[in-house]
Every structure is written in structure tokens, then in C-alpha cells.
Design a protein around this ligand. Structure first.
Ligand code: NDP
Length: 494
């Protein structure tokens, strides 16, 4: 009779949790996984995947207009959101089914229920206690709204995929990945987009030159970007155009919050049944920090995400949480309670799907294969799916010049494909090189397809390639990325 019900109980069916469950089961472990919402988690159900499909949908606007410049006789067409949304949710249903099938095929027992931690070896699923030798917390995160009156009038990123219709006038608050990506997507789909960012430049933490070019390109797409600007008040706009007082009864609007929070296990699992979106049913009056007042059909808060640890029983079980509610773990993803591990966004390390997957794999290596494997969080390539995209790996110029003497190689130009069509789009390729070791410390690409390019450039940078290694590589002509191997002279040294 085994001491525990399972060798591993995974809480959370997102990319990291599912991967860890499957790989551990493949090692012969007895594994269970609990998911209170839909299998697939943020990335598959309400993040990367539906977002990327929307990026594709939005891209056709420019594509059609370029095609005309190339001689195609195309008549102007309309984008039909309900048609796209229906197909989108069919695809998400398909993907969720694939996840479930893979788990089942691996012998993982699935609980469609919320699970919490009762003690070091016990999980409560619904009202039932299950014991496990190891518990893996992979509960991810959720979007958060600023703490202000009437914040529930706004939607968050989770709600976008369920909108009944696209707004005509959209305000996006925030300047991070989600804010900038959706500003470009929505502009591409024909929505009039205004964006408020409280800081001096969008995409804080990224290379300044890249941020500047993306902001400029966003303005070229008619995104009304206001820097150094935040929202200070919001209220439903009344019929006589007088905003209702802050805190006045906003009736059904409160539904907005519910959709962004962790959903109960009783909630519908088939996304083909489209939920009403969160947020206001009518126009929203907004006052900004510069005193300006305006009215929008929809306000999107893209103001960051919070780890899902509320009510999980973690602290009572002895697990330490950080200031933002994240689970504190060591390099093996182990918490202070030896039998409890945590991976992915709930640990708020590097909040990217492929990183959560790596953390899940390293966990299995460490715990089930007897091969202690720390997670490598160095030199992670990533992409922001703005228009144009931004791919980067390694250090920004600003961080690198703080560290050591560098050479900066950078070029910005109008790429052939869109220049031919008379478009103003510019791209940028940039390498930051150590003067001492000649290693490429950072690579930044702002261009169509930059996400694809940085994946490959990332291999070279991760291998420790020098500028001379890049130079020795023959250009592929004519491409945009050939500039990466043909930049001869630094534009500056520091
Ligand atoms: P970010 O933390 O990247 O951005 C949050 C933004 O909201 C920042 O601009 C921040 O400003 C601003 N903000 C925070 N609080 C307030 C407030 N009270 N009022 C006004 N503005 C506020 O979060 P996101 O939600 O955009 O993305 C979360 C994470 O998800 C990312 O960090 C990334 O790891 C991941 N992600 C990755 C994607 C990809 O790989 N393509 C796509 C989407 C998400 P400030 O800069 O001043 O703090």
C-alpha cells in the first residue's frame, strides 16, 4: 500500500503544470492534475495563442493595402469580429481537447476542480483530501486593475477574446507587453485606439532605441499614444452626457471583475459558448492626469498581473510568499517546504510560457530523475508582438554600458517589401558588443517577423558568439536580417 495517493499532485493546468505532469507520468510516477478553469491555462486559453491569432487577423489590413500597391485588384473588405471570434473559440476548444487527450494518454488523472494546499503532503480538491509525495503549484497569474473607483467598468486582457463586438473607441491603460500588443492589434482591426502610459516611454526595461522606434511606428498606425499620462477618474457616461458621480450605482457592470479572476469549477468549460464580456455596457467617461476628459466605448486595463496564490493555503502550509504574493522558490523551484515546488508565473520569475515549461522539465529532472537541474534564466529571447514586432535577447544598450565598455552596431531602414508599397514603416537591427571579449551582449530587432528572427539569432548569442562570428556569416540576400551580419562600423562606443 503506497504511503501517498500520488507521487505528484500538480495544481494548475497551464503550460508549465501540464508539461511537468506529463513528463513525470512518463517516468512512471502516479500523477494527478487539478484545474479549476480550462486546461491549457493563460497561454492557450486567454493569452499567447488567441492573442497571436488576433495579430494575424489584424495584419491583413496592411497586407491588403500593400497587395494593391503590388498590382492586385482587391476591393476594400470589412473585418467581421463575430466570424473571427467563432473560429477563434473553435480553435481554443480544439487545443484544450488536445491537452486533455495528451494528459489522459500519459496516465495523468484530471480533476476539473479548484485545489488548495492543506499541508506539506495534502491537497484539498473540492471537499476531498488527496495526499501526494510532491505538490507542484503552477497556478499562474491573473490581470489586475488599478485600485480606483469604477475600475470594474474596464475590461482586462482575459475579456478581449469574449467581446460581443469590437469597440469603436478604445482606451488602453498601460505601457507593457499586453498594452502595446493590443494597441497594435485593435488598431489593425479598425478600432480607434488611445493609449495612456504613465511613464516617459512605453515598454520599460527594453532597449531605449527600440522603444522609441516602436512608439513612433505605433503613432504611424494612428494609435493616439499619450506618455506621462494616466487615468484618474472613470464613470459611466449618462444619456445626457453628464458623467455619473464616481462610485454611483453601475448595476450590471460589476460582471467585469468576475471574468478576470480565477473562475469557479462550475463555470462553463466550452468556450464556444461565448461569455458576455466584462466591463461597461455603455460608453465610459474618463479623466486623465492632464485634466483632459474623453469618452470611450471600452477601457482596457493592461496594468500588470498578479500571481494566483490567494486562498491557496500556501502560507498556512509553511510556504513563503513574496511582496507581490508570488511563491518564493530556489533555483530548483523548491519552496521552503521540501515537498512543495512551484513553477511558472506564480513564482514571478520570468513570466513567459517557454520559461514555465523549462521550469517544469527541470523540476521533473530534479525530483523524478535524480538529476538536480537548476533552471537557466540567463539570455532568454523574447518577442513583443507589436506592429512591427520586437525581438530581443540579452542586455539593453543602457544596461550594458553600465556594466562594461561596449560597441553599438545599429541600423534603421525602410524594408524593401513595404517601401515598394509606399509605406512609412522602418525596421531596426542592433547589436551590443563587449569591447573586451567581443561577445554580443545584446541583440534587438524591430521588424516584421522579429519574433522569428530572434529565435535564431538567440542561438548564436546563447552560444557566446562574438561580433566577428556574426561578421564571418555570409548574408542571405535580399533579406532584412542580412543587416545583422553586414554592420561593419560601430555607430558609437561607450
Ligand atoms: P507589464 O508589467 O509588462 O506592464 C504593466 C504596465 O502597466 C506597465 O506599463 C506599468 O507601468 C503599468 N501600470 C502598472 N500599474 C499601473 C497603474 N496603477 N496605473 C497605470 N499604469 C500601471 O504587464 P503586462 O500585463 O503587459 O504583461 C504581464 C507579463 O506577461 C509580461 O511582463 C510578460 O512577462 C508576459 N507577457 C508576455 C508576452 C510576450 O511574450 N509576447 C505578451 C504578454 C504578456 P510601469 O512601467 O510604470 O510600471
Amino acid at each position: 500500500m503506497p504511503e501517498f495517493d500520488y507521487d505528484l499532485f500538480v495544481i494548475g493546468g497551464g503550460s508549465g503544470g501540464v508539461r511537468a505532469a506529463r513528463v513525470a507520468a512518463a517516468q512512471g510516477a502516479r500523477v494527478a492534475i487539478a484545474e479549476e478553469s480550462r486546461m491549457g491555462g493563460t497561454c492557450v486559453i486567454r493569452g499567447c495563442v488567441p492573442k497571436k491569432l488576433m495579430v494575424f487577423a489584424a495584419g491583413y489590413r496592411e497586407g491588403f493595402s500593400e497587395a494593391r500597391a503590388y498590382g492586385w485588384d482587391l476591393q476594400g473588405g470589412e473585418f467581421h469580429w463575430p466570424v473571427f471570434r467563432g473560429r477563434l473559440h473553435e480553435e481554443l476548444d480544439r487545443l484544450e481537447a488536445v491537452y486533455r487527450k495528451m494528459l489522459g494518454a500519459s496516465g495523468v488523472e484530471i480533476f476539473d476542480a479548484r485545489a488548495t494546499v492543506a499541508d506539506a503532503h495534502t491537497v484539498t480538491v473540492g471537499a476531498v483530501a488527496k495526499t501526494a509525495k510532491h505538490i507542484l503549484v503552477a497556478t499562474g497569474g491573473r490581470p489586475t486593475r488599478p485600485d480606483m473607483a469604477n475600475a470594474d467598468l474596464a475590461i482586462v486582457s482575459d475579456d478581449i477574446f469574449h467581446l460581443e463586438q469590437l469597440p469603436k473607441r478604445l482606451l488602453i491603460v498601460g505601457g507593457g507587453y499586453i498594452a502595446c500588443e493590443f494597441a497594435c492589434i485593435m488598431a489593425g482591426l479598425g478600432v480607434a485606439v488611445t493609449q495612456f502610459y504613465r511613464g516617459a516611454q512605453i515598454l520599460r526595461g527594453f532597449d531605449e532605441e527600440a522603444r522609441g522606434l516602436i512608439a513612433e511606428m505605433m503613432r504611424e498606425q494612428n494609435i493616439d499614444l499619450h506618455l506621462g499620462t494616466n487615468i484618474v477618474e472613470m464613470a459611466p457616461e449618462s444619456a445626457d452626457n453628464t458623467p455619473l458621480p464616481i462610485g454611483s450605482d453601475i448595476g450590471g457592470h460589476a460582471s467585469g471583475r468576475a471574468s478576470s479572476e480565477v473562475r469557479s469549477s462550475s463555470e462553463v468549460r466550452s468556450s464556444s459558448e461565448v461569455r458576455a464580456s466584462g466591463g461597461s455596457d455603455g460608453p465610459i467617461w474618463v479623466k486623465s492626469t492632464n485634466g483632459h476628459e474623453s469618452v470611450f466605448d471600452t477601457v482596457l486595463f493592461a496594468t500588470g498581473r498578479t500571481p494566483n496564490t490567494d486562498g491557496m493555503g500556501l502560507e498556512a502550509a509553511g510556504v513563503t510568499l513574496g511582496r507581490r504574493g508570488e511563491v518564493v522558490v530556489d533555483k530548483y523551484s523548491q519552496t521552503g517546504v521540501p515537498s512543495i515546488y512551484a513553477i511558472g508565473d506564480v513564482t514571478n520569475r520570468v513570466n513567459l510560457t517557454p520559461v514555465a515549461i523549462r521550469e517544469g522539465m527541470a523540476f521533473v529532472e530534479t525530483v523524478f530523475k535524480g538529476n538536480p537541474t537548476p533552471v537557466d534564466h540567463e539570455l532568454i529571447p523574447s518577442a513583443v508582438f507589436t506592429t512591427p514586432e520586437y525581438g530581443s535577447i540579452g542586455m539593453t544598450e543602457e544596461a550594458a554600458r553600465e556594466q562594461e565598455e561596449i560597441e553599438v552596431y545599429c541600423t534603421s531602414f525602410r524594408p524593401m517589401q513595404t517601401a515598394f508599397a509606399g509605406k512609412p514603416w522602418r525596421v531596426m537591427m542592433k547589436l551590443i558588443v563587449s569591447r573586451a571579449t567581443r561577445k554580443v551582449l545584446g541583440c534587438h530587432i524591430v521588424a516584421p517577423g522579429a519574433g522569428e528572427m530572434i529565435q535564431l539569432a538567440g542561438i548564436a548569442v546563447k552560444m557566446g558568439a562574438t561580433k566577428e562570428d556574426f561578421d564571418r556569416t555570409v548574408a542571405v540576400h535580399p533579406t532584412m536580417s542580412e543587416e545583422m551580419v553586414t554592420m561593419r562600423d560601430p555607430i558609437r562606443t561607450a
